[in-house]
Design a protein. Structure first.
Length: 612
């Protein structure tokens, strides 16, 4: 039998389509505040928005006789006919937000139009109006939302931690503040002002006020227009890049959007300027005729559809190329050696195949524990010396997997069941192309990839440090200062502990600044700084630190500091590298799964020369 659902049940179901978590409420209320025409917005949250959200604006307000109507489903002041959907100029237009919010929260509305002498206070619990009365208040609207999902506990349990929910709201507020630099926006989290913009229209000043990263001062301005569509904003020089697209934020007609089309344009614009797997920082604003895009294709209006996608790709690409061709984009001499995408690094591999690290990691700790034995880290500077073959004697190293309190993810290194040969019989004979070490053991000839070998060494040392009970650290004379996005700071207790477990001594040094005073013994200062930056980028991407495989993928990123192909090593250096490789638990592949060496038997070589 088909039944018509009760209104309260229907409202809760419909609310689920719009209100997924606290950030959904903040998004809807802030967008309404912007549509109201005000030039000042204050947003305050507590406990990740689960228990308290307040949004105050100085906009047009709602007349007293329309206050209750505003909370009816599909009641809106922004469109009237179906034709209006073809040219939407406002952020909200469906009339579902207030109704959905009121269905699953305790909601209080205080509002007053400028022409009214008295304001209105409306109190709604679970879509039921409890009171509607006059009140004294300033012009504009304040909406206070408390006790999210109080009447739908099944959905309440799916909310994330306070820090995680706050992080999502911080991300949204940061983006919306950039989209509207002419509006003064203040964001407060648990009584602390996270950021406050001036509302003077200066986009770069707004970026710096919101993200508080000094490196953003050198962003390159973009301004390009063609065929009625305009691209403006700021992008990074090739010397500044990230490991993910989290720092690529796009706006279309004032709306924060996710767009594969714009991403393609960015990739095309930076082609041959960045290594594979590196992404620039972009804050791009696209303004086009409303009739050229559809914003009504996703429940939360996060996605848009362009009617001519390839033209947008080309437009964004050309805008970026034009900006990177200006004097402002020239890399300063002081940064040239820090440029990860400089042409001098052309020998770096552009792509490394990722493999499932489950094959490289054991999920069971070893029963016998031993401390980590560290060897002196070698440097690779001298040219190859032609010296007599040197016999390598390996010193076994056992990586400790012992860890007491606090309990950490179970990580250990798995030793392959079969080892092809004994490293003690290996004799180094030289190197070819500054990349491959040559060696033989009387029966076979070997080519060792020095980059892959050092990757494996570096990886196992870092895992060893992570698992060791007593961390071996080295203090540094000049501490490293690093800045993190505000959303990452919300989860600092998680990632700071993880860095400490790896051997870093890092402390809070300001609102979003941290100071590193000690680093792992096997890292140089540059390697440590690069690793922390890559680690923070991964956290920004939403990585779950408690996941064993993910942690190992983060550790694998440290391998980028390994000796590169084309670095000519002396015989002593090659010997030291081979001794360290021999001490690895799994010396036969790098952390990405590529082999560290290949072997050719004497018979195979003789067969190629037709000797057998």
């Amino acid at each position: 039998m088909i039944k018509v659902l009760d209104k309260t049940v229907a409202d809760k179901i419909a609310a689920g389509e719009v209100i997924e978590r606290p950030v959904s409420i903040v998004k809807e209320l802030v967008e309404n505040a912007i549509d109201s025409g005000g030039d000042s917005i204050v947003v305050e949250i507590k406990n990740g928005g689960k228990t308290y959200i307040r949004v105050t604006d100085n906009g047009c307000g709602i007349p007293a006789d329309q206050v209750e109507t505003a909370f009816l489903r599909h009641a809106t002041s922004k469109i009237e006919t179906a034709r209006d959907l073809d040219a939407i100029l406002t952020l909200g237009f469906r009339g579902e937000a207030l109704a959905s919010i009121a269905a699953v929260t305790h909601t209080e509305l205080i509002t007053k139009p400028k022409e009214a002498k008295l304001g209105t206070r409306l109190l709604i619990h679970g879509s039921e109006v409890l009171s509607n009365s006059g009140t004294g208040c300033p012009d504009g609207t304040t909406i206070i939302v408390t006790d999210l999902f109080y009447n739908t506990p099944a959905r309440q349990k799916f909310l994330k931690s306070d820090a995680a929910e706050s992080g999502q709201i911080i991300d949204f507020m940061s983006q919306i503040a950039l989209a509207y630099p002419t509006i003064k926006i203040r964001f407060i989290n648990n009584g602390n002002i996270v950021f406050s913009t001036t509302g003077n229209g200066d986009v770069l000043a707004t970026i710096l006020a919101v993200y508080k990263l000094k490196e953003y001062k050198d962003l390159v301005p973009v301004s390009y227009a063609e065929d009625g569509t305009k691209v403006t904003g700021y992008i990074s020089r090739p010397s500044l890049s990230r490991t993910n697209r989290r720092n690529q934020i796009f706006f279309v007609n004032g709306r924060v959007v996710s767009s594969k089309v714009i991403e393609r344009g960015v990739t095309a614009g930076y082609r041959e300027r960045l290594f594979e797997g590196r992404y620039p920082v972009c804050f791009l604003f696209i303004e086009t005729e409303p009739g050229r895009l559809d914003v009504n294709i996703h429940p939360n209006k996060r996605e848009v559809r362009f009617d001519r996608e390839e033209e947008i790709v080309t437009l964004v690409s050309e805008a970026i190329k034009a900006a990177l061709g200006t004097r402002a984009a020239v890399i300063e001499a002081k940064n040239i050696f820090r440029d990860e995408t400089a042409p001098s690094a052309k020998v770096e591999e552009k792509k490394q195949k990722q493999v499932d690290l489950k094959e490289l990691l054991s999920t069971k700790r070893q029963s016998e524990k031993a401390p980590v034995v560290h060897e002196q880290e070698i440097t690779y500077t001298a040219p190859v010396h032609r010296e007599p073959p040197v016999k390598v004697t390996a010193t076994p190293v056992v990586l400790s997997s012992e860890k007491k309190e606090p309990v950490k993810p179970d990580i250990s290194l798995e030793t392959p069941a079969l080892q092809p040969f004994d490293f003690t019989d290996l004799r180094i004979t030289g190197a070819v192309f500054g990349t491959y070490i040559t060696a033989e053991d009387g029966q076979s000839f070997y080519l060792i990839d020095q980059h892959a070998a050092h990757e494996r060494i570096f990886y196992e040392k870092l895992v060893g440090e992570y698992l060791a009970e007593n961390k071996l650290r080295q203090p540094i004379l000049t501490p490293i200062m690093t800045e993190v996005p505000l959303a990452v700071k919300e989860n600092e207790y998680d990632w700071l502990d993880s860095l400490a477990e790896m051997g870093f001594l890092i402390h809070n040094f300001g609102q979003n600044t941290y100071i590193i005073k000690e680093i792992p013994t096997f890292m140089t200062i540059t390697e440590a700084e690069d690793f922390v930056n890559a680690f923070v980028d991964s956290i920004s991407e939403g990585t779950k630190l408690e996941n064993t495989i993910v942690i190992n993928k983060l550790i694998t990123k440290s391998c980028k500091s390994a000796v590169k192909a084309g670095d000519y090593l002396s015989m002593t250096e090659m010997e030291a590298l081979m001794k360290q490789l021999a001490a690895c638990k799994n010396p036969f592949s790098c952390p990405h799964g590529r082999p560290t060496f290949i072997r050719m038997t004497k018979y195979q070589i003789e067969k190629m020369f037709k000797r057998v």
